[in-house]
Design a protein around this ligand. Structure first.
Ligand code: AHG
Ligand code: MN
Ligand code: MN
Length: 339
């Protein structure tokens, strides 16, 4: 069988780098190393049911959640590979309490924040999961290790962000600030090929994604907004269809491709009533960058742009409303009691 000649992700990244004559190639090198880690994790995910890697490791991470074995594998794979890639000065992972140093002598000019395995409660039930990453330029002077302040930067300052979704096929979706590109892994040759160039969120939305089990814990305007989405109105395409996987990557990916809005607002289950569930550095900011680059919008439930939030801690949580800009705008009108 002959295959059509596809554009590999490395080719694509190198071609984009050519448009920036001043570029040193470090970001290219960094992304390429990350892609190797992603392919390693993808292979392991596909073997998960066979390799006795399923199930709990018995440990609890700093967020107080059970850590599953595939989380550990993904975390270690990224950590070990990226610690000596030569392009990073510091890393932070959703699975680790503290900043992750890079190997001495291998310090570079970027930082990496990652959620090694997003949607880990779905591992045991064979439902899509993913890896999310966010890259910043360090603030401290080049040379030597980076520190926490290099990692605590606004999402607006990301130089690249994206995710790998382990679904019916493995896809890599990322942005370097010039649109969103999607690549699909051909496992038979071990390469990601450009399959979704210049992704734009469709103008018309089809879906809403929210954990409706939290209905009674939401603020009243959130409940009214959900009610609105379910009302019949042909002109605005309502009612929307409800779809919720419980892996943010997968819910986001579907809505990015097919049109829709994903919500994880604050709820009264959280004692402070201030924070949502999702993490700013590992989930909210990278997906907000992708959303904006695809023509969408990402805000908190009190109307702050996710990309403008100044992080206060590595594991800070925020309410997240992300998707089609029109849907996000209407959500905020409900929150402001204008509807
Ligand atoms: P993680 O598996 O990295 O801890 O993330 C799970 C997150 C996110 O992926 C998902 O959207 C959300 O938690 C689901 O939460 P609920 O089960 O509360 O709906
Ligand atoms: Mn996650
Ligand atoms: Mn995770």
């Amino acid at each position: 069988m002959t295959r059509p000649l596809g554009i590999t992700v490395s080719r694509h990244i190198m071609d984009s780098q050519r448009l920036h004559p001043a570029a040193t190639g470090d970001l290219t090198g960094l992304l390429n190393e990350l892609i190797v880690a992603a392919k390693t994790i993808s292979a392991e995910v596909n073997m998960a049911g066979l390799a006795d890697i399923l199930g709990m490791s018995g440990k609890t991470n700093i967020q107080g959640e059970h850590v599953q074995k595939l989380d550990e594998f993904a975390n270690n794979t990224i950590k070990r590979r990226m610690a000596r890639c030569g392009y990073l000065c510091a890393m932070t992972s959703e699975e680790e309490a503290d900043i992750i140093p890079v190997v001495e002598g291998y310090e570079g000019k970027y930082t990496l924040a990652f959620d090694p395995m997003d949607g880990s409660s779905n591992i045991d039930v064979n439902v899509s999961i993913g890896t999310i990453f966010s890259i910043h330029r360090r603030l401290s002077p080049d040379g030597g290790p980076g520190d926490e302040s290099d990692l605590l930067q606004r999402g607006r300052r990301q130089v690249a962000a994206g995710y790998i979704i382990y679904g019916s096929s493995t896809m890599l979706v990322f942005t370097t600030g010039a649109g969103v590109q999607g690549f699909t892994l051909d496992p038979s040759v071990g390469e990601f090929f450009l399959s979704h160039p210049d992704i734009r969120i469709p103008d018309k939305s089809k879906y809403f994604s929210i954990n409706e089990g939290n209905y009674h814990y939401w603020q009243e305007p959130v409940r009214r907004y959900l009610h609105y989405l379910k009302e019949e109105d042909k002109a605005t395409g309502r009612p929307y269809n409800g779809r919720y996987i419980g892996s943010m990557v997968a819910d986001f990916h579907r809505n990015l491709i097919a049109g829709g809005v994903f919500l994880y607002p604050r709820d009264s289950k959280n004692p402070t009533k201030t924070y949502g569930k999702l993490r700013l550095l590992y989930e909210a900011a990278p997906l907000a960058f992708l959303a904006e680059q695809a023509g969408g919008r990402a805000v908190t439930d009190d109307g702050r742009e996710i990309l403008d939030i100044e992080p206060e801690g590595l594991h800070q949580r925020v309410p997240v409303i992300v998707g089609n800009a029109h849907d996000v705008d209407i959500f905020l009108e409900f929150m402001a009691e204008k509807r």
